[in-house]
Design a protein around this ligand. Structure first.
Ligand SMILES: O=C(O)CCC(=O)C(=O)O
Length: 324
C-alpha cells in the first residue's frame, strides 16, 4: 500500500490540521489501573477487581495480536526535553539522526530510570511475573510535520513505543487482513476495511503496542519537538505470548524475509519437529538469498503477490525502508 502522504518528508499544515482531527480507533488500557498505584509510589488507586480486569483486557489484546494504546504511563518529563537529553548524552547527539539506538548499556540503563517500563506485560497470570525482556531502546526525535514513512520492523517480538514529548499520529495496517481472516473478539469476521487501517494520536504518557506484521507510519503533529522511545519486548504471557495471533498468521509471517527466522516465536511447535524445522531453514535461506531479498527474482510467486524486479516479493515495503 502506498503512503497516503506521498513521497514527502514533511506534512503540509493542511494535512496536519486534518490529521489532528482523527479519532483514535484503537482500544485503550490504563497503565495506572493495571499497576494499581501511582508510578513511583504505592498509593492504591483501584481495587483488585478493577486491576485484574484491566490486565485481562491487555492480555486479550496481546494474544489477539491487536495493536492497542496504553495510557497513563509514568515518566520524568524534564529529563525527556531535547536539550536535557543532548546535554546528558553528547556522544549520542553528535549527528542529525532521527533515530538513535541505545545499544550502549550505560545509556540504556540511564534511560530506563526515566520512564515506566510496563513490567506487567510479563505477568504470567499465575501470580508470578517474569522478566520483561526489553531489547535496546530506540529514541525518535523530530520536528513538527516530520513523517516516518510506512515501514515494518524487523524482529520477532512485539513493539512498544512511548510518547514523551509532543504528539504524533500513528497509522498502522496489517496487510494479512486483506484476506479477511481476522476475527473480532466475539468471533465475527471483521470487514478488512475495519481492521486493516487503524490510527491514534499519542500524547506524552501514551504508548502504542503492536505486533509482527503491522506496518506503521507516523506524523508529528505538535509544534513542540517530538521525543519518543520504542523498544521490542518479549512478553511470556499465559503459555506463550500472542498464541492465537500466531496460530492464525504465523505461517504467513514466516514466509516473509522479515520474519522467516522467527520460527521459535511464531511456530514454537516446529522446534520439536526436525523435518518442519529443516523446511523453515531452507525457506529462510532462500528468502534471504541475494537473488530473492535485495534483488528479487521477477515472477517468483512464493509469496501471495507477484514479484517486481528489485523488490521483495511479498507484502513488505522495500528493504531500505526497514528501520532496524
Ligand atoms: O516514532 C516514530 O516516528 C516511528 C517509530 C517507529 O517506527 C518504531 O518504533 O518502529
Amino acid at each position: 500500500m502506498a503512503s497516503p502522504y506521498g513521497p514527502v518528508e514533511h506534512a503540509t499544515p493542511e494535512v496536519m490540521a486534518e490529521l489532528g482531527e482523527v479519532a483514535c480507533s484503537l482500544e485503550v488500557v490504563d497503565a495506572q489501573l493495571i499497576r494499581g498505584h501511582d508510578w513511583g509510589g504505592d498509593e492504591q488507586v483501584a481495587d483488585a477487581g478493577a486491576v485484574a480486569s484491566e490486565r485481562e483486557k491487555a492480555f486479550r489484546l496481546i494474544d489477539a495480536g491487536r495493536p492497542f494504546i496504553v495510557t497513563g504511563l509514568g515518566f520524568d518529563a524534564p529529563f525527556w526535553e531535547l536539550r536535557t537529553l543532548e546535554t546528558a548524552f553528547p556522544q549520542w547527539f553528535n549527528d542529525e539522526g532521527y533515530v538513535r539506538i541505545a545499544n550502549d548499556e550505560a545509556i540504556s540503563a540511564e534511560l530506563k530510570k526515566h520512564y515506566e517500563q510496563p513490567v506487567w506485560l510479563a505477568d504470567l497470570g499465575d501470580g508470578s511475573v517474569a522478566d520483561l525482556d526489553i531489547g535496546s531502546e530506540y529514541l525518535f526525535t523530530g520536528k513538527s510535520g516530520k513523517i516516518t514513512r510506512r515501514h515494518i520492523d524487523d524482529g520477532c517480538s512485539a513493539a512498544f513505543s512511548l510518547q514523551l514529548r509532543g504528539h504524533k499520529i500513528w497509522d498502522l495496517d496489517f496487510p494479512l487482513n486483506a484476506t479477511g481472516e481476522v476475527y473480532a473478539d466475539d468471533g465475527s469476521v471483521l470487514a478488512p476495511e475495519e481492521e486493516t487501517l487503524v490510527s491514534c494520536i499519542l500524547y506524552p504518557g501514551d504508548a502504542i503496542v503492536f505486533f509482527a506484521g503491522w506496518h506503521h507510519e507516523t506524523v508529528i503533529l505538535s509544534d513542540e519537538d517530538s521525543v519518543s522511545v520504542s523498544f521490542d519486548f518479549t512478553a511470556p504471557t499465559r503459555g506463550g505470548a500472542q498464541a492465537s495471533f500466531y496460530a492464525k498468521h504465523g505461517e504467513a509471517l514466516l514466509g516473509t524475509p522479515y520474519y522467516c527466522d522467527c520460527v521459535a516465536t511464531m511456530d514454537p511447535a516446529a522446534m520439536d519437529d526436525a523435518a518442519k524445522l529443516a523446511d523453515y531453514d531452507a525457506q529462510c535461506d532462500f528468502l534471504k538469498a541475494p537473488t530473492f531479498g535485495g534483488s528479487a527474482v521477477a515472477g517468483d510467486d512464493r509469496g501471495s503477490l507477484p514479484c517486481k524486479e528489485g523488490e521483495y516479493c511479498w507484502l513488505c515495503p522495500a528493504d531500505d525502508e526497514l528501520l532496524d
